[in-house]
Design a protein around this ligand. Structure first.
Ligand SMILES: Nc1ncnc2c1ncn2[C@@H]1O[C@H](COP(=O)(O)OP(=O)(O)OP(=O)(O)O)[C@@H](O)[C@H]1O
Ligand SMILES: [Mg+2]
Length: 464
């Protein structure tokens, strides 16, 4: 329990402190501030669980302290202490977000009772949070859909590296699920009790990104009206998700590396170092090794971050997951839009499996979303899909059944070898007997070989 007592009278602070020291909670830290301004400064520096503040003080009164406390951290509970307890001021305090108020002169039991009520509530909330986390962490990894070998391996890897408290780098093309995986990693980590803090390094210009990440001191630049904590500090004890880290400017990369190396950093315009304990999960869709060669990404930071390197497979390397993903998204969007769509017809699924999907799962989900919105019946037909996809997504080489590939290959070899069987068998790396057997199996006559091979080449694009 971290507690701050704010009062301009020494005697008053002493009374409250001794009342609180009578509460058997451990660990306990009590700090004091003799003015509203001093209180505001402390609140900006470090988080408090409870603030007990005098109502009437010069310049910055109790209501202002209350606001500063809530601004710094909404979970902080504030108790107002007032010598002029009136219904009116009490209502005002509670409306402004105070937990309760007590009247002066302070009685030890009254102080203790209110503080205990807060502790009880905070314990309950924490328990509730733990329960919710448990439910969530069970589902975050389950939100990663797929049964292909790469996805199974990915899930296994997530399970095993999540608990190790090391930094992690996630790379993969756009839409492959980097954010999804980052959140799953956090939800399975030891740090899951605190919320993950996400920063998109591509979303802000350099100076803003720096002040968001590291915070600043009042007066560090024009517009810096009050001290501000950075996101790195918000993530203290938790996970800092640095999305699109490839876009982070080199100077900031250096500053980040220093913070990770030493566990300390400074806010902009501050001389004081702050201690920080964060686990970084960084993600990028750029080719990191290339960026390093081109001098756009610091090699030392790369090594620092990639204690574990998770590489997400593009959708084209796990086409067998497409039906599962489609089913998932049909269900999701049907519910969202109140449609009775249940799935995609088999030829539609085959069609989707043959597309390129440069935008990976995100692109697939968008196509399904539109198909569900447009759908009339329960099963989405191939025509709806091809209309949505249009010629935007270029069809990949069709995947042929293995026996068809083998047949085409034999025909091609026969043609190139001018129909000579010994030579053809040699080129194919099989015995002449095996070649004979396969020719018979596929019904290929030697004379037809050349003609058939040419035809096969032309047919290539259209057969299924
Ligand atoms: N394996 C998967 N199973 C289920 N949904 C997935 C999977 N992979 C990605 N998605 C979904 O696809 C969408 C895009 O995923 P995400 O935002 O994590 O991609 P990303 O890799 O961060 O892409 P970008 O580099 O463009 O930011 C999200 O809606 C996500 O839930
Ligand atoms: Mg992303």
């Amino acid at each position: 329990m971290r507690l701050l007592i704010v009062d301009d009278e020494d005697e008053s602070r002493r009374l409250i402190r001794s009342a609180i020291e009578g509460i058997p909670v451990d660990p306990r830290e009590i700090e004091e501030a003799a003015s509203g301004e001093e209180a505001a400064a402390r609140l900006a520096q470090a988080p408090f669980d409870i603030v007990l503040t005098d109502m009437v003080m010069d310049r910055m009164d109790g209501l202002k302290v209350l606001k500063a406390a809530k601004d710094a951290r909404t979970e902080t509970e504030v108790i107002l202490v007032t010598a002029y307890a009136t219904i009116e001021s009490a209502v005002k305090a509670i409306k402004a977000g105070a937990f309760d108020y007590i009247s002066k002169p302070v009685h030890a039991e009254e102080v203790q009772q209110v503080v205990l009520r807060i502790l009880e509530r905070q314990n309950l909330l924490r328990e509730l949070e733990r329960f919710r986390d448990e439910v969530e962490s069970r589902s975050t990894i389950d939100r990663i859909i797929g049964d292909s070998t790469p996805i199974r391996q990915l899930k296994k890897m997530i399970q095993s590296v999540a608990e190790a408290d090391a930094h992690i780098l996630i790379t993969g093309e756009t839409g492959t699920g980097k954010e999804l995986v980052a959140r799953a990693l956090h939800s399975l980590s030891k740090r899951k009790a605190r919320p993950i803090v996400a920063v998109n390094c591509a979303a802000l210009p350099e100076n803003l990104l720096e002040s968001e990440l590291f915070g600043y001191r009042r007066g560090a630049f024009t517009g810096a009206g009050a001290d501000k904590r950075g996101l790195i500090e918000e993530a203290h004890g938790s996970t800092l998700f640095l999305d699109e880290i490839g876009e982070m400017p080199l100077t900031l990369q250096a500053k980040l590396l220093r913070a990770l190396d030493t566990g300390e950093y400074r806010r902009l315009g501050d001389v004081k170092a702050h201690h920080v304990d964060v686990r970084v999960v960084a993600a990028t869709n750029i080719h990191v090794e290339r960026a390093i060669r081109e001098g756009k990404f610091r090699e030392d930071l790369f090594y620092r971050l990639s204690v574990f390197h998770v590489v997400l497979p593009p959708l084209r390397e796990r086409v067998e997951d497409i039906p599962l993903l489609v089913q998932h998204y049909v269900r999701e969007f049907a519910e969202k839009f109140g449609k009775r769509t249940e799935g995609v017809k088999p030829d539609g699924l085959r069609y989707l499996s043959r597309l390129r999907w440069d935008g990976n799962v995100r692109e697939l989900s968008h196509v399904i979303e539109r198909a569900v919105v447009l759908s009339q019946g329960t099963m989405i037909p191939i025509e709806d899909l091809s209309q949505i996809v249009g010629d935007r997504a270029e069809a990949a080489e069709p995947i042929l059944p293995l026996h068809q590939v083998e047949k085409n290959c034999i025909l091609e070899a026969l043609q190139r070898c001018g129909g000579q069987k010994e030579k053809t068998a040699q080129v194919l790396g099989i015995s002449t007997a095996t070649l004979w057997r396969k020719l018979k199996e596929y019904g290929i006559s030697a004379q037809a070989a050349g003609r058939a091979a040419r035809a096969a080449n032309e047919r290539d694009g259209s057969s299924e």
